[in-house]
Design a protein around this ligand. Structure first.
Ligand code: FNR
Length: 192
C-alpha cells in the first residue's frame, strides 16, 4: 500500500515536517511504501477562481496528481490561532476545486471522495495542535474522505524530537503508529 505524507508547513525547522518524516519511517516499518511530499516544492498561488478559469497552474496540477495517485494520506498539521494554516487550506482548496474536465480528477464534484486520511499535528503548546485537527476534520469529511478515527497530537514539540528528528517519547511513537495502522487497514479494504 502506498501512502502520501505531507506537512502543512514550509518552515525550515518545521515540527510537522519532522513528524511527517517520523510517520514515513513508521509507515515503512508497517510494510507501506511512504512518499513524503514537500509543499515548499510546489508554487501554489492563492486560490482565485478567475486564475483557475484561465488554466490550473502547473504546480497545482502536480499537487493534484500526487494526491490522486495515492489512496491514503497522512496530513501533519500545524496549529495557527486554534486552526490549521492558510497554506494548507489554500493547497487543499486548489486541489479539491471541481474543475470541469479536470485532467487529474475528471468531472467528479468531490475529487477527494473515498481517500483515506489520517491526521497528526505538532505544536509547541500543550494541546499539540488538536484544535487545528478539529477544524481540518470537517473539511476532509465534507469532501467525503474516510477519516481515521484515531489522530495524534505531539505536544511540547520543541522537546519531542531528538537531534536526528526522531520522536523521542513512546506515547508519540505509539500514537502515530495507531493512526497509520487505521489508515493502512482502511486503505487496504477500500482500495485494494
Ligand atoms: C502559532 N502557533 C500556535 N500554536 C498552538 O499550539 N496553538 C495556536 O493557536 C497557535 N497559534 C499560532 C498563530 C500563528 C499566526 C503562528 C505563526 C503560530 C505556534 C505554532 O504551533 C508554531 O509556530 C509551530 O512551530 C508551527 O508548526 P511548524 O511550522 O513547526 O510545523
Amino acid at each position: 500500500m502506498e501512502i502520501l505524507i505531507f506537512a502543512g508547513s514550509t518552515r525550515q525547522d518545521s515540527y510537522n515536517r519532522k513528524l511527517a518524516k517520523a510517520a514515513a519511517e513508521i509507515a515503512t516499518g508497517q510494510g507501506a511504501q511512504a512518499t513524503l511530499l514537500e509543499l515548499a516544492d510546489y508554487d501554489i498561488p492563492l486560490y482565485n477562481a478567475d486564475l483557475e478559469a484561465r488554466g490550473t497552474p502547473p504546480d497545482v496540477i502536480r499537487f493534484k496528481q500526487a494526491l490522486h495517485s495515492h489512496a491514503a494520506w497522512i496530513i501533519c498539521c500545524p496549529e495557527y490561532n486554534g486552526s490549521y494554516p492558510a497554506l494548507l487550506k489554500n493547497a487543499l482548496d486548489w486541489a479539491s476545486s471541481p474543475v470541469k474536465g479536470d485532467p487529474v480528477w475528471g468531472d467528479g464534484v468531490l475529487p477527494f471522495r473515498g481517500k483515506v486520511v489520517g491526521m497528526c499535528s505538532a505544536s509547541p503548546g500543550g494541546l499539540g495542535g488538536l484544535r487545528a485537527q478539529s477544524h481540518l476534520a470537517p473539511l476532509l469529511l465534507n469532501l467525503e474522505c474516510w477519516l481515521a478515527p484515531r489522530s495524534h497530537a505531539v505536544s511540547r514539540a520543541a522537546d519531542a524530537f531528538d537531534a536526528q528528528g526522531q520522536l523521542m517519547y513512546p506515547q508519540d511513537q505509539q500514537g502515530v503508529q495507531a493512526v497509520l495502522s487505521q489508515v493502512l487497514w482502511a486503505a487496504q479494504r477500500l482500495h485494494a
